[in-house]
Design a protein around this ligand. Sequence first.
Ligand code: SAM
Length: 493
Amino acid sequence: MSSQEEGAAEQDPNTEEPSSSSSCENDVTTGDIITVTIGATVPTGFEHTAAEEVKEKIGVDTRISKDRGRIYFPITTDKLFQVHLLRSVDNLFVVVEEYDHYQFKGSKEETLMELQQLASKLPWTNALEVWKLNCTLKKKKGYRKGGNGTKVKPNTVATNVLVPDSEHQELPQEMSATESQTKIESRPDVESCTQEAAPQDKVIKFRVTCNRAGDKHSFSSNEAARDFGGAVQEFFQWKADMTKFDIEVLLNIHNEEMVIGIALTEESLHRRNISHFGPTTLRSTLCYGMLRLCKPQPSDVILDPMCGTGAIPLEGAIEFNSSFYIAGDNYDMAVNRTVNNICHIQKRRVEKGSPSGLPIDTVRWDLCNLPMRTSSVDIIITDMPFGKRMGSRKKNWDLYPSCLREMARVCRPGTGKAVLLTQDKKCFSKAISRMGGLWRKLHTVWVNVGGLHAGVYLLKRTGAVFGQTPEDIYESRGPVNTQGDGKDVKELF
Ligand SMILES: C[S@@+](CC[C@H](N)C(=O)[O-])C[C@H]1O[C@@H](n2cnc3c(N)ncnc32)[C@H](O)[C@@H]1O
């Protein structure tokens, strides 16, 4: 049965309750601890890595959404703090309700009406409890805070509902007194959280963000967010505010999968390490995924020879801190940014009273001529210039073979590994094929980097001795200038 057919077998939300799984499947309540489903956005392509981390650190199994870049896992609320410490997740939310096969109506009017009706039927209570708990955690010192607001994937639309205050301040006139009473009583209690998040007696401010993907919907994201948001406002008597909101309700729609959630992060967690950004700073969550791919071991020497702002080695030095990291770049400003980022983290650690030292060193070098001994490095992990914002496609044809060769020289034959990120797949594949068997491709993870489809290549350094093949000798060359000043240095062979 196709997923479409399976969907057709679901109940019609207008007539009967549609099949769904709520955030608290059995309404499990043990004292103050409740079980809820947490949703997390993760770098696309690294969903399984994130699932591994969740299993390892929280001990639960993760479900990977059909919507790439999202995972779901159950937690008891005593684990909420640990969820915020995960290194592979960008944004977190608690699930109010999820529908695998929501049967959206054919017409826009019917669908929007159904979304409006849904707002008052959803099991909000547990999710709001978690949101409240999250407010309390946020107030505690040491809670990780990232950069700016909710990130929206390029093919989705974020909609902030702003309904004029006067329009929804009162309960609708057609509602009978008894109905009004029932509705008010059935509202989950959010009073105490209001006190946590905002001054007493202050009306809760909220917004609805709709992330929608799929071309078979009769409605736009704006319309869904507006109508659903209006109904949420009416039900809770909250106030819509696009910018200064206490609660962000998420309406995530991916084809016929619909998940309603409440955001637990105002800011993506991926910006946690970097204070001095560069033009191509990599998200820390993606760096974590790359690091996990190469499984750093205690005492491994790990090199990022094109470190930019140092995002990869910094994440490594923090999370896999039994290895030693060397961060290098041929651009002064990049080296300075890395040094500043390291200093910033160290300062933060001193302020928190945690050990300040990080196992990382920074060097200015040209990757094509590394000042390092042959076979002295265990792992090379780097984000290569794509040739778009950094360097150029033309220069990559010289740079890629040169750097793969120099990396093969310093990397330990037989055991060494490299994890390399690039969007210039053609150039990379060609360069690898010219390496005379020094590298073997083990695995590729396809990722989305700022909307670009890129590959993270896991390579193994074969046992081949460097400098023995005609390619090694022929291709040895001097530095390749990639700073865009047009002065490429090319040796004559
Ligand atoms: C894509 S950026 C790396 C960004 C980095 N991952 C970050 O998060 O900031 C590539 C870097 O390679 C550096 N680079 C280019 N050619 C180089 C070379 N021959 N030797 C060393 N670094 C080089 C550039 O200066 C740039 O900082």
